[in-house]
Ligand binder design. Sequence first.
Ligand SMILES: Cc1cc2nc3c(=O)[nH]c(=O)nc-3n(C[C@H](O)[C@H](O)[C@H](O)COP(=O)(O)OP(=O)(O)OC[C@H]3O[C@@H](n4cnc5c(N)ncnc54)[C@H](O)[C@@H]3O)c2cc1C
Length: 480
Amino acid sequence: MSTCVEETAFSKTKETTRIVIIGAGASGIAAATKLLEQGFKNVQLFEAEDRIGGRINTVTFGNSFVDLGAQWCHGEEGNVVYEKVKDLDVLDRPGEYTIYFVRSNKEILSNEQTNVFKEFMGKFDVNPDCEGSVGDALTESYWKEMNTQSILNDKSIIKEALDFLKRRICSENACDSVSELSPRNYLNFQESGGDQNLSWRQKGYKKFLSVLLKSNEDQPGDHGILKGKVHLNRRIAEINWSGNGEITLRCWNGQIFSADHVICTVSLGVLKEKHPKLFVPALPADKVSSIKGLKLGTVNKFFLEFEVQPLPEKMMGIACLWLEEDLKELRGSKFFWLESICGFHRVDRQPLLLEGWIIGAHARYIETLSEEKVLEGLLWLFRKFLSFSVPYPKSFLRSQWHSNPNFRGSYSCYPTYADELRTGRTDLGSPLVDVSGRPRVQFAGEAKSRTHFSTVHGATETGWREADRLNEFYKGRAEN
Ligand SMILES: Cc1cc2nc3c(=O)[nH]c(=O)nc-3n(C[C@H](O)[C@H](O)[C@H](O)COP(=O)(O)OP(=O)(O)OC[C@H]3O[C@@H](n4cnc5c(N)ncnc54)[C@H](O)[C@@H]3O)c2cc1C
């Protein structure tokens, strides 16, 4: 029996083998387009949403587009997104960016004071032999530095700025608190050199997808070289990988599909919630441990559109610093969640917009509130921090990444809990293979990147990695 199954599996070629990719985000699209380039013929993508892109979600707002998910290409050297588009003249370099540090009593810190904090942030890093959490490392090196800064003689400002820096680190690393963040998040991530915030010249991050797909980004529904291979509104409810033969997939509507290989790109949040039912038989213990140990944090965005420019010309954005007594009062009020907003900034080439970020548990909480309630809070925040009035916005938009069952969060991080479980991204990204080493169920997506997690370039690399794995396996087989 097993000989027969092996013969069947081994008789497949790039022409005949059936590959199903679950999820049409950056990693799924990267895997599918690469597989076609490599000569695989039967590649199908099943996507739960009614659109492609996943956590790349460029939508119309203001006078062009905004990104509810990925927004910037982070870096140039060793960044596959940058490499792919660098000759197309589609990216803008960030301009001069003046963020004002504003206190909850409306006081604006001087440039000299602000620069002390910005310089600290620019050089803060985690030492390889650091013990404890990123929060421990931050607090220690922060106070060491601040004690040498004579320009800052007001200890309360230093404390307020530390709270802000913590929120900033949480938003960059998608953790609820710096105390839960493992130093591995810093030590394993390899930053790509060059500009970190390259933007997509009013086209949004979907431009990158259209480059991968060779499609027209202005034509919704154009799937380019994946035409006819992308199946939207098809949430996969079960992946049956029992035995050694074909894999059976069940869609939410009862449809059944068969495949020889499955590349699963669903987010870590979806894996956390669904893996016991999604995989039959259950996943191996090391995989389950990595799903439990790693975290998909929540970071959400707001966009407000105004009739007139809401901030003075020179003010590109504000960082919110809470006075201790104001924070105490805030925590007892219905607007307690405003504490987790880092600040607001302008949007490139859209001067009538303001964009804000909120992190962690409060980001998840306000996903349950109505738009009106959230907007009421934001307008209160403007009144609290700014000495001038910000007009009522013309329109409002926000992301809700956690409550969407197809994501359950924004991007992944290493909490110290993953260290305790001695698990990580290699366990999460490793394929399920048969006795002969043939990949059966493979895993791609940002959380499965060892060095570029939480980014689009990391997700893309993992899609290519899994396509290469199959290509390697089929190398040298007769194409007939
Ligand atoms: C607010 C925010 C800001 C960000 N900013 C940046 C940034 O500026 N720069 C950057 O590089 N990165 C950024 N990121 C991260 C980046 O967006 C992600 O790392 C990347 O897009 C993830 O791609 P992926 O393919 O791994 O996953 P996803 O994009 O999540 O793709 C997985 C797909 O699987 C689908 N799916 C889920 N369950 C099922 C199922 N059962 N059956 C079928 N389909 C299913 C989902 O609908 C989804 O489309 C940001 C993310 C967020 C949320």
